[in-house]
Design a protein around this ligand. Structure first.
Ligand SMILES: C[S@@+](CC[C@H](N)C(=O)[O-])C[C@H]1O[C@@H](n2cnc3c(N)ncnc32)[C@H](O)[C@@H]1O
Length: 223
């Protein structure tokens, strides 16, 4: 997919996909959205209960969620196995052109940006001793996920109206089945149809305050 680099309101960069008229992150702030939805409502929530976390991300994209997860893991005595699915990997030149150094101010963390992107696909690679990255080039609609396995899912697909095939009951059933009991799924999306499908798949659904520019986000639990 062809992409263009765009600045968001908190000074962080994202990508715009003209073909879909869609951004990779919120235009109100890519960094703040990722921290709010995936790190605080997802990773921090689960690491308060478990110290060994199996995480699945839908959409590796720019690697921003992975980078911020790594940042968090370096602060705490936890281990994260980070599996991430991506159908359309991005070129390293494009990632360099996004200039992470303009909004990731910790130089030590910045060093991990190329490492995350250069990590081989289809292989679990320790990036630091307590953070293992496993990038999988695959399409969520056809990929067989492990069952009763994950503790946390970052559901970071493009919006339902842009990619309806990723927001079906079949997909949420597959994600539900892939979680262990007590596992959670977090998403920036708070649409009624999304929450109804999650409930139909078996999830208990919570509406949480959203990141800047959005009233709500969703956290769903497999009880
Ligand atoms: C909203 S962006 C995710 C942004 C990403 N988490 C980040 O931090 O940059 C959605 C991502 O899902 C990927 N994607 C689209 N269709 C997919 C599919 N069928 N299976 C897996 N990934 C897909 C896109 O290429 C894109 O990287």
């Amino acid at each position: 997919m062809k992409t263009e680099i765009r600045q968001t309101k908190d000074g962080s960069a994202t990508l715009y996909v003209p073909e879909l008229n869609e951004h990779y992150h919120s235009v109100n702030g890519a960094l703040q959205e990722s921290l709010h939805v995936f790190i605080r409502a997802g990773l921090d929530f689960i690491t308060a209960q478990k110290q060994d976390v199996r995480l699945l991300e839908v959409g590796f994209g720019t690697g921003l969620n992975a980078l911020l997860s790594l940042q968090q893991v370096r602060l705490y005595p936890v281990r994260v196995h980070y599996d991430t699915l991506e159908k359309y990997p991005l070129a390293p030149d494009l990632i360099a052109a996004m200039q992470f150094e303009k909004f990731i101010l910790n130089p030590e963390l910045l060093d991990y940006v190329p490492l995350l992107h250069q990590a081989p696909w289809h292989q679990a690679v320790p990036i630091v001793p307590n953070f293992e990255l496993h990038k999988i080039q695959a399409d969520l609609t056809t990929y067989d996920l492990r069952v009763n396995y994950y503790d946390l899912i970052y559901f970071d697909a493009f919006a339902p109206e842009k990619q309806p095939e990723l927001w079906t009951l079949d997909i949420f059933q597959k994600l539900y089945d892939s979680l262990g009991t007590g596992g959670i799924l977090v998403s920036y999306c708070a649409k009624g149809s999304f929450k109804r499908s999650l409930k139909a798949a078996g999830f208990t659904v919570e509406a949480l305050p959203g990141p800047a520019g959005k009233r709500e986000m969703t956290r769903a639990i497999k009880c």
